[in-house]
Write a protein that binds this ligand. Structure first.
Ligand SMILES: [Zn+2]
Length: 84
């Protein structure tokens, strides 16, 4: 893991069991799903399937981006201001 990935991994928080299960099931959680190893953040329903140990959650897109994550190209990234 790179230095930047380590810094990203220390940001946000780990998903709770119920949140992770909902996200994997494609259910809306309203959270921003960020992956420390890739540096991207995703919305609910993104087809990307990162390992839970690399996943950090944020309440808002702004928090995720302040921590060094950028929006996913596949889903447009998480957060309420993201395009549908
Ligand atoms: Zn995505």
């Amino acid at each position: 893991m790179t230095v930047k990935a380590r810094q990203r991994a220390a940001s946000g928080r780990a998903p709770e069991d119920a949140e992770w299960a909902a996200h994997r099931a494609g259910a809306p959680t309203g959270l921003v799903w960020a992956v420390a190893t890739t540096g991207i953040h995703c919305r609910d329903g993104c087809p990307a399937r990162p390992l839970r140990q690399n996943t950090r959650v944020f309440e808002t897109r702004a928090e995720a981006e302040a921590a060094g994550f950028r929006a996913c190209r596949r889903c447009g990234g998480g957060g309420v201001d993201a395009a549908p």
